[in-house]
Ligand binder design. Structure first.
Ligand code: DMJ
Length: 465
């Protein structure tokens, strides 16, 4: 790296310090920090209990930035305060998996400290009752004390959600390998086989699946909310297995082929985007969440050279460019939660309810992958634009906050420092300005919360039991 990258990396580390220190000062042990009112916060996804979500999500970022003292402080909290058996709340199986189990397993891989593996195992055991449905497709919510599980009332007649039950494979497979207990891998293998056997409308995966009947719910398809990381985990399960799990790669390629055919569009001015499908009809809207797909497509292109890889790489670049446009076309230079393509607007929001930015990582995540895989310096410049915007509109004396309208010059701030800001946004920025050797993509695969898991067979940190 050059001096400029070094100073940019330094800057990102200072951002992490600011986010972490304020969390420690005002919200230690709580899930998240309210940086303006300087107190704890718990989003509904965490249930009602303080579970230290920011600690679990932030630890591996501290580690890779070399923030040793802070890492130790978090490790002590995990060892002494995270008492899994005393927890009573209803929690999201998906969120506990990607943030808590994922974060702990990365710390175990990095350090070999078994406290991390053991806590991950304890949490995973508490999630298992959610899989006791007629199909083995887990319910979304589980009570940590009673094991009772259920789905969200709003999700298509009691359905489970594709991006939730489809985003367990990496952590559960790895947990089985490091504990020697096959139960976790069996659960996700079963989900895989069940999906394999289902009829897919036009080859597409709907966002909803009923765990009692095994039939799809409403015919909504998305590369953003409710779909996103299901596709991610197909590709990454294959990568994690050192390319032995060919079934996963095949399902990924098949799914992407259908998505390209039915959901990929180009706007009048030439911007490429993924639309959503509602009952077979495209809604020309893309979520910020869907912007992870630039990075994913690039990773898929890079890991297997075949007749599809050029198309994947080309689309990866175009999607990432569109997502950058969604940032560039706002007053704050931060991107909205969703943006649309109509006769009148391109890559901008329409409704006031979709103009917020809550410190999400996906656009920066794609900059990171595209930089690593193309070495085109523009991705580093785009990442730096995001750093400057974050400093200008989201940094407050008590940490970092989201904003309610990216098109305002003086946006109202939402007073929440999301735990994924530490897990993902700052980690991907730091890696964007670092050399390839820091978490080399040939040895590590990131879970959907940017927690790095080792690749089997090639990475000595795999630590198989
Ligand atoms: C994170 O929890 C994960 O990236 C997840 O896949 C999607 N939502 C948030 C970040 O936006």
């Amino acid at each position: 790296g050059t001096n400029i990258d070094e100073s940019r990396r330094q800057k990102v580390m200072e951002m992490m310090k600011h986010a972490w220190e304020n969390y420690v000062r005002y919200a230690w042990g709580k899930n998240e920090l309210r940086p303006m009112t300087k107190r704890g916060h718990s989003g509904s996804i965490f249930g009602s209990m303080p579970l230290g979500a920011t600690i679990l999500d932030g630890l591996d970022t501290l580690y890779i930035m070399g923030m040793t003292e802070e890492f130790k402080q978090g490790r002590e909290w995990v060892a002494n305060e995270l008492d899994v058996d005393s927890l009573t709340a209803d929690v999201s199986v998906f969120e506990m998996n990607i943030r808590f189990i994922g974060g702990l397993l990365t710390c175990f891989a990095f350090t070999g400290d078994v406290i991390f593996r053991d806590k991950a195992l304890q949490i995973a055991n508490k999630l298992l009752p959610a899989f006791q449905t007629p199909t083995g497709i887990p319910n979304a919510l589980v009570n940590l004390k009673t094991g009772n599980s259920k789905n969200y009332g709003w999700a298509s007649g009691g359905s489970s959600i594709l991006s939730e039950f489809g985003t367990l494979h990496l952590e559960f497979a790895y947990l089985s390998d490091v504990t020697g207990n096959p139960v976790f891998r069996n659960k996700v293998d079963h989900i895989r086989q069940f999906l394999q056997g289902l009829e897919k409308p036009k080859g597409l995966y709907p966002n909803y699946l009923n765990p009692k009947t095994g039939s799809w719910g409403q015919q909504h398809m998305s590369m953003g909310a409710l779909g996103d990381s299901f596709f991610e985990y197909l590709l990454k399960a294959w990568i994690q297995s050192n390319k032995e799990d060919n079934e996963a790669r095949q399902m990924y390629d098949d799914a992407m082929q259908a998505v390209f055919q039915h959901m990929l569009f180009t706007s009048k001015s030439g911007l490429t985007y993924f639309a959503e499908l509602k009952f077979g009809r495209p809604e020309h809207k893309m979520d910020h969440l869907g912007c992870f797909s630039g990075g994913l497509l690039a990773l898929g292109a890079n890991t297997l050279k075949n007749e599809l890889s050029d198309k994947y790489m080309d689309t990866a670049k175009k999607i990432t460019e569109t997502c950058h446009e969604s940032y560039d076309r706002s007053n704050t230079k931060l991107g909205p939660e969703s943006f649309r393509f109509t006769d009148g607007i391109e890559a901008r929001s329409l409704k006031s309810t979709e103009k917020y930015y809550i410190l999400r990582p996906e656009v920066i995540e794609s900059y990171f992958y595209l930089y690593r895989l193309t070495k085109d310096n523009k991705y580093r410049e785009w990442g730096w634009e995001a750093v400057e915007a974050l400093e200008k509109y989201c940094k407050v004396p008590g940490g970092y906050t989201g904003i309610k309208n990216v098109y305002s010059d003086q946006p109202v701030q939402d007073d929440v420092q999301q735990s994924f800001f530490l897990a993902e946004t700052l980690k991907y920025l730091y890696l964007l300005f670092s050399d390839d050797s820091l978490l080399n993509l040939n040895e590590w695969v990131f879970n959907t919360e940017a927690h790095a898991l080792p690749i089997k067979g090639v990475n000595p940190f795999y630590r198989e039991a």
